[in-house]
Design a binder for this molecule. Sequence first.
Ligand code: PA5
Length: 459
Amino acid sequence: MALKLHLGGCFPAGGPSKEDFLSAAPRAAVVRDKHLADVPFWQRLGGRTDLLELCQNRSNQIRQEEFDTFVVLGIGGSALGNSALIESLSPFGQEWAPTPDRPRIIVLDTIDPDWLKGFLDSVSIERCHFNVISKSGGTIETAAQFLLFYDAVKRAFDSDDAARARFTLTTDPKAGHLRSVAQECGFETLPIPAEVGGRFSVLTPVGLLMAEVAGLDTESLLAGASKTANSLEACKPESDAALAWALAHVLHLEAGRPIHVHFPYGHHLRSLADWYLQLWAESLGKREDVKGDEVFVGPTPTRAVGPTDQHSQCQLYVEGPDDKVHTFVRVGEPSWSGNIPSAFVEGIPAFEALKGRTLGELMEAERRGTEAALRAAGRPCAVLELCKLDAFHVGQYIMFCEIATAYAGGLMRVNPYNQPGVEAGKVAALALMGVEGYQEHLGEISAVLAEDENMSFSC
Ligand code: PA5
């Protein structure tokens, strides 16, 4: 029941060495001390059974409805955690067939009209429940989704009351437009604690309501998160796995390896990797440091999934520029060994190698083979190991990544909790939509977007 980290392959010759890593330990310990002196709210979410109870109660109410599809409306930190939980812990991602006990879960983190038309054509709208998630309550994509689907549900039932019952609004406890609408119009709501920002919010009602409705083991999820938070807080700095992983990445970043490849071996881990990508990129990619000086720093996280992407991206990783750090994420014990039958094997060497073997063995051989190829080429590799793929270990993984991100922000001297670059895009979109109060930005935005006729092509 532990998350393990192996950094033995992380310091090949020519880059930062193990000695560099060890001598940077005091710098890392200072960052950790500062973090632990004021433990962030999200680090204690594993113990917040009150938030879980709210979600359990709301889930019980929703389950009284005649519905078969639970839809998450939100974007960024208000959606990625939901995809991560459902993809990692349900039998077959979002594609599973609904049963009376377990509805289908759909995370709609887009306003793409073609995609949403496909959704509307594929579901019975009167059999859907919508969780509208927005911490700020003002994100325009989520607002557009809400207006669109509320109208569709209202028309299906021909009743505001019946339509309202099909919605939960999950937002800041006090502030924001979504909270005001809920208060004025009588929607059921769930709170996102004011202290928790979007990408750190998966263990609040943002992720927990969906997890409850889907029948995931939410108690173990939170227990895993608590276990990791507690053991990282209690250990000595030199044994802190999240600190070690953050420090290794920051040292490589400083030494010219800005691309951080998250490489899970497991199809269930794909969306967890996408969740991590947002956490790492949005928290650490910054123009200014904490003093306000321009630094333009940040790693570029990217995702590969093994073994699938061995056949698409690995060539680049092994032989391309030496600008990457790779973290394999492996599951110690797959839930199914997958014995490979032995028809057709005689006389065919490639098939004979599979005789009496399991898919689990093959998967690990593929992972180790890829690690060996990378390490032989002098490319840094870390291995993060979940003993099993279950709610407890996913909770551990989530808390590990969040704490490591906070440490990496401290080591890089940037604020991991703001996102001015995202806000700039939001403001520009509002101005382009003609929203009152944003017109003053239009001149500047139009100048930036000006097209050069001579640079447009068609074929
Ligand atoms: O991590 C973040 O803060 C962002 O990705 C937000 O989650 C995203 O922009 C959506 O914001 P909101 O939840 O306020 O609608």
